[in-house]
Write a protein that binds this ligand. Structure first.
Ligand code: CP3
Length: 347
């Protein structure tokens, strides 16, 4: 593939013109222009399902900062919502999702037909794809089955205690639910790709909850099925897997899922992960989001520590998790400038 997009280059094993940078949750409450549109929309979910506004929010961080990718503005809980579970978001409280706790609940989940929620998200993707500047890539996404299932079992933000017990006991209905999440996630991702997404990231935010013996069944197998499902229609499609918190298991997960890159949480040395990956597979990450609220010299030092460690053809600069709400937008500019200055200083 011949492209001038740095993110795609790194994901396809080619030399990029510069080190690609994007940040998880780069659109969001730390930006005043986001808060304004969010107010107009009424609720977070209304904003997600209003394509014109969701597209604008997706593009807001790229208007401010010299980033290499836009990530679709939506949420991982759109999938269970489309499967028929009631969903709402409350201010300062997070999501509230109708729960599933038995075989009857799993049986009632919708897995085929028209998904109105996906149509709206697809329209957002199309609008963003049509508006992106040259050189910038559009990332689509979904949640990984373990993380999505944990919200479906718990009904909101939690310590995932009940979800973990159920995963350990592995009742028939749990396995059936995971299978349904896989199937619907594949439908959702294909629709995003059809509408213009060029890369997919799969978010397993709670992968680090699981003991190693559960990683294969709960994290690796379902994510692999999603990747195979997507690539059956779009062979070789670029995929980033974010199994947050698995530490030394990232290389194994990359190999088993066929990911083009693994996103790595903070607190792990990227060079150590990179040396365990197959040739051509990249690392993404992994600045501590807390560094963006530190004094500028501390932030710059942390950024340089990361870029010094990994070559730009194998690295997508990002955070170890989402950007914090209290981040000053200017801190993001300092981050981007520090990465660019480092790479320019080297040639
Ligand atoms: O990265 C981006 O800019 C794209 C948009 C995006 C959002 N959520 C917007 C959002 C993405 C990729 C997500 C993924 C997501 N959603 C994850 C996986 C990544 C992660 O952070 O671990 C998870 C676990 C969710 C579920 C979710 N959504 C929770 C638990 C919450 C509440 C916590 C919070 O920060 O408020 C959300 C809400 C949410 N998703 C917001 C945004 C911008 C804040 C909503 C608001 O404006 O009030």
């Amino acid at each position: 593939m011949n492209t001038s997009k740095a993110l795609i280059n790194v994901l396809t094993g080619q030399m990029p013109e510069r080190r690609p940078i994007w940040l998880m949750r780069q659109a969001g409450r730390y930006l005043p222009e986001y808060r304004e549109l969010r107010r107009k929309a009424g609720s977070f979910l209304d904003l997600c399902y209003a394509p014109e506004w969701a597209a604008e929010v997706t593009l807001q961080p790229l208007r401010r900062f010299d980033l290499d990718a836009a990530i679709l503005f939506s949420d991982i809980l759109v999938v269970p919502h489309a499967m028929g579970l009631d969903l709402s978001f409350f201010e300062n409280e997070g999501p509230r999702l109708q729960t599933v706790s038995d075989a009857a609940g799993v049986g009632a989940l919708k897995t085929s037909g028209a998904f109105e929620q996906f149509d709206r998200v697809a329209e957002t993707v199309g609008r963003v794809a049509g508006a992106l500047d040259q050189g910038r890539a559009l990332i689509g996404f979904c949640g990984a089955p373990w993380t999505v299932a944990s919200y479906m079992i718990e009904g909101g933000s939690s310590d995932r205690g009940t979800a973990r017990s159920i995963a350990v006991e592995n009742p028939r209905w749990y396995a059936d639910m995971i299978e349904k999440i896989v199937d619907v996630s594949v439908i959702y991702l294909k629709q995003q790709i059809q509408s213009g997404a060029e890369v997919i990231q799969i978010f397993d935010s709670w992968a680090g909850d699981l003991p190693p013996e559960l990683l294969d069944r709960c994290v690796i197998e379902p994510i692999s099925k999603i990747v195979v499902g997507v690539r059956s229609e779009y062979p070789g499609f670029p995929v980033i897997v974010f199994a947050r918190g698995v530490g030394g298991d990232h290389p194994r997960i990359a190999k088993a899922t066929g990911a083009n890159a693994v996103s790595v949480e903070q607190g792990v040395r990227l060079s150590g992960i990179l040396s365990g990956l197959e040739p051509g597979v990249a690392v993404q990450g992994n600045l501590d989001p807390g560094m963006l609220v530190q004094a500028r010299p501390v932030l710059i030092d942390a950024v340089l520590g990361i870029v010094n460690e990994v070559p730009m053809q194998s690295h997508i600069f990002n955070l170890g998790h989402g950007i914090m709400q209290q981040t000053e937008p200017e801190a993001v500019e300092v981050l981007v400038n520090a990465v660019r200055a480092f790479d320019q200083g080297k040639d």
